[in-house]
Design a protein around this ligand. Structure first.
Ligand SMILES: [Mg+2]
Length: 265
């Protein structure tokens, strides 16, 4: 699609078209469906969002999945009505397949317990900094304590010396220690879903705001799908853009109403 054929957003990338019936839709959660909060547990799930996602999933023949850095447990706590939907948690380390089968994250190495304890100790001297343990992953958040950024980054670099198979993955005001090497990411999660029904053969569409979403953007670009960045991050492999989570929710809600060309009930 030529960008001059569609309205450009202020960020210079075009707005995505309305969801079409042959899409396979992958949605990031924080900063995409939901506005950020100071603490990950404080995010608010707007009224109607779950209903809209369920409807859209039905319209897409079930080819809709949530793909998040959160654990599946956390996703299910927030989106109780969506427990039956396919989902990938911890940036793809764990998955719920379309038939309900679960892929579990690797066991955390023992050394992570010590790193976790030290990180919590460090966070105590930076009020607002949050250490979040998610299976084998450890997230260091500084959204509510921006001055803690350098200390947390230095801590992560030092921690990698005792977690030899790990890598540090940057996000929005967060750094995450996670198993490295060829371990799954959001891109491999998308590939995994696209290899099976009801996703197979559809046009992949990924919507997200994270640095970690770039893996998935590259995958959908390679498949001539739609890579949709939420917000203003540069550089990005995304070719379409929605300005914020409210615009994402609007875009999804309009699709369920059949108000635009595309999916109709
Ligand atoms: Mg996000």
């Amino acid at each position: 699609m030529e960008s001059r054929d569609v309205p450009l957003t202020e960020g210079g990338l075009p707005l995505p078209p309305s969801p079409a019936p042959d899409w396979a839709l992958f949605l990031d959660v924080d900063g995409c469906l939901l506005d950020f909060a100071q603490h990950p547990s404080q995010v608010v799930v707007p009224v109607h969002l779950q209903r809209d996602i369920v409807r859209l999933s039905d319209l897409l023949g079930g080819a809709l999945a949530l793909v998040s850095g959160r654990s599946l447990e956390s996703i299910d706590e927030m989106f109780g009505e969506l427990r039956a939907l396919p989902a990938a948690g911890m940036h793809g380390l764990e998955r719920r397949e379309p038939d309900g089968r679960r892929t579990f994250p690797p066991i955390a190495p023992q050394a992570l317990d010590g790193v976790y304890a030290e990180a919590r100790q460090l966070a105590m001297s930076h009020p607002g900094a949050i250490i979040e343990r998610k299976g084998p992953n450890l997230a260091l958040h500084w959204r509510a304590a921006p001055e803690a950024r350098d200390a947390l980054r230095a801590f992560a670099a030092a921690a990698l010396r005792v977690l030899p198979d790990y890598r540090a993955q940057g996000g929005d005001m967060v750094l995450e220690l996670r198993p490295g090497g060829s371990s799954p990411d959001k891109g491999t999660a998308v590939e995994g879903f696209m290899a099976q029904a009801p996703f197979r053969g559809r046009t992949p569409v990924f919507v997200g705001d994270d640095l970690t979403d770039e893996h998935a953007f590259s995958i959908v670009n390679a498949c001539e799908g739609f890579s949709v960045l939420v917000g203003d991050r540069h550089p990005s492999a995304a070719r379409w853009r929605l300005p914020n989570p409210a615009a994402v929710r609007d875009w999804l809600a309009r699709a369920t109403l059949g108000a635009h060309d595309g999916v109709h009930a």
